[in-house]
Design a protein around this ligand. Structure first.
Ligand SMILES: [Zn+2]
Length: 415
């Protein structure tokens, strides 16, 4: 059994200890000492990190009451005494987070009867799970305010080892039945709970707690919070970003939400207006193309290449053309990613079938696609010399001409 200095000397950062055992293998170096300040983790709190004689401690873990230090490299052979230093900044933050979590859990329990199923400290974030119950924002706000009041009353934190009867009478939650002494963490008349973790010795040292998010989690609620220095770091980022947004929106922090709603509405209106204008432009272009198009019997072959056009632009022109009976549209759109082809006609022009013409053209662009007699589409890569070059344009034009040739023949035969 390792003597657990971390329980006795909560605020000590360095210690000397006798080396009892060192096991080196390819994967790890494991060192056991007679005593240690390295908390091995437990109750949702991660382990301490630091050094032994300057060698990094990557992990500390407990195996049957013995604390094992996993090191980055070996200690010298035959070393009998080692000096350990824990990463105090990390440890202090973990103790702030852990006690902050107790205070919020106690407030949620005493005011609303909510029981924390588990908690986890992960980096700057602390999460608490409430199983099978929906915890709403207002409840959490009230509990958060109460927990912060408890912080500012600067109440001492006591550690007790009472008998099981006592624990059963007072504890916020019960530990599993055991013959071992039960470690109780007591905060004035606010909280009394079994816990193996480490906590700052007065509530004031937590500084502040702030709930940052609530999420639905496996039929219950997960509450995310920040405590102490981690809460300050979070607030620092949020304030900085908020100020930047305020400058852009020319408003104060309480006007941001309304301004964003207003902007979203404005964008929606602009998009709708933009859509109308594009439809007008497409209709005008369609009119011109139909006037200039080649006539084959009762049909016209409207052929066009749209430069710097996405698939949406091609579709828009396609609809403007094919809403008219007798128009066969052979369209290509070129953008930096490639060529898209869209061929078709009014769906009631059942005498027209664009598929063969489409397959001829798409093959010439090196692409693939397909569709129905009245609508076929696909995409191809850019011709070898790329987007915007006369060569690329000539290749696409040749593909459309070949497709027009196929249709001309078919429609002439029918006529
Ligand atoms: Zn605890």
């Amino acid at each position: 059994m390792t003597r657990k200095l971390y329980y006795e000397e909560l605020y000590q950062t360095g210690f000397d200890a006798a080396v009892l055992r060192q096991e080196n293998d390819k994967e790890s170096v494991r060192v056991v000492l007679d005593q240690t300040l390295f908390f091995p983790g437990g109750g949702g709190q991660p382990c301490d990190l630091g050094t032994l004689n300057g060698v990094k401690v990557l992990e500390a873990l407990e195996e049957d009451g013995t604390i094992v230090h996993v090191l980055e490299g070996p200690l010298p052979d035959g070393l009998s005494v080692v000096h350990g230093v824990i990463d105090w900044g990390r440890r202090f933050e973990l103790m702030q987070q852990h006690l902050g979590q107790h205070l919020l859990a106690a407030a949620l329990h005493s005011r609303f009867g909510l029981r924390t199923a588990r908690m986890r400290i992960e980096g700057d974030n602390v999460s608490m799970d409430f199983d099978g119950v929906h915890v709403d924002e207002e409840t959490v706000r009230q509990a958060e305010a109460e927990a912060n009041e408890a912080i500012w009353r600067d109440i001492p934190v006591e550690v007790l080892y009472p008998g099981f009867d006592e624990v059963e009478r007072h504890a916020r939650k019960l530990p599993p039945k055991t013959t071992e002494p039960i470690r109780i963490v007591k905060v004035g008349d606010i909280d009394y709970v079994p816990c193996c973790g480490l906590h700052v010795k007065r509530t004031g040292e937590v500084g502040v707690i702030k709930v940052t998010a609530l999420e639905n989690h496996k039929g219950g609620t997960r509450v995310h919070l920040r405590c102490g220095r981690a809460a300050w770091r979070w607030l620092d980022v949020v304030c900085h970003e908020t100020r930047r947004v305020q400058v852009e929106l020319t408003c104060g922090p309480d006007g941001m939400f309304q301004r964003v709603l207003h902007l979203k509405e404005e964008i929606r209106e602009l998009k709708a207006r933009n859509g109308e204008l594009l439809d007008h432009a497409a209709a005008a272009l369609a009119g011109r193309l139909m006037r200039d198009a080649e006539r084959v019997g009762n049909h016209v072959l409207a052929t066009h290449i749209l430069q710097d056009a996405g698939q949406e632009d091609v579709k828009r022109l396609f609809h403007a053309l094919t809403e008219h009976r007798g128009v066969v549209a052979l369209l290509a759109g070129v953008d930096a990613q490639g060529v898209s082809l869209l061929f078709g006609c009014h769906r009631e022009d059942t005498e027209v079938d664009v598929r063969e013409a489409f397959q001829r053209a798409i093959a010439m662009t090196g692409g693939r696609g397909g569709g129905s007699p009245c609508c076929a589409q696909g995409r191809g890569p850019l011709p070898s010399e790329g987007h915007g070059t006369p060569f690329a344009e000539r290749q696409i034009k040749a593909a459309l001409d070949a497709a027009a040739g196929v249709l001309r023949q078919k429609l002439t035969k029918q006529a």
